[in-house]
Ligand binder design. Sequence first.
Ligand SMILES: [Zn+2]
Ligand SMILES: [Zn+2]
Length: 142
Amino acid sequence: MTKSIEQKAVEFCEKHKHRYTKPRERVLKIIASSEKPIKAYEILKKLGEQTNNPKPPTAYRAIEFWMKSNFIHRIESLNAYSICVANHLHEGSQFMICNDCGKVIESHICQLPSSIKKILAKSKFKSIKWNIEINGVCKECY
Ligand SMILES: [Zn+2]
Ligand SMILES: [Zn+2]
């Protein structure tokens, strides 16, 4: 059985001695329940519906925390965040973005393709993270 993202997050925090604070919990749930990638200001708006005084810096730190922990990904071209759909935490990410309906499909890869690895090796460049975004049309839209 696959664990819920919340269970995973609680276990992750316990294991790494991070605090599972209310802001972190709320931010993660908002991103997880969003059908499409969600922008920071939309996260703040939703936080405002849940608490009467959400503090933007706290929310941004929570977003940062989940991003560093690989629970969420940032879709650079959309300037938005989405929950990771892979069943393990991974560093690189790859997204297919439908130009018609705006749907974003994650297809994670654990390793960079060998063609890119070769280029990195040749340049003696040490990669930390990568983000591949493919724009196109999804099967419902074409
Ligand atoms: Zn992912
Ligand atoms: Zn589409």
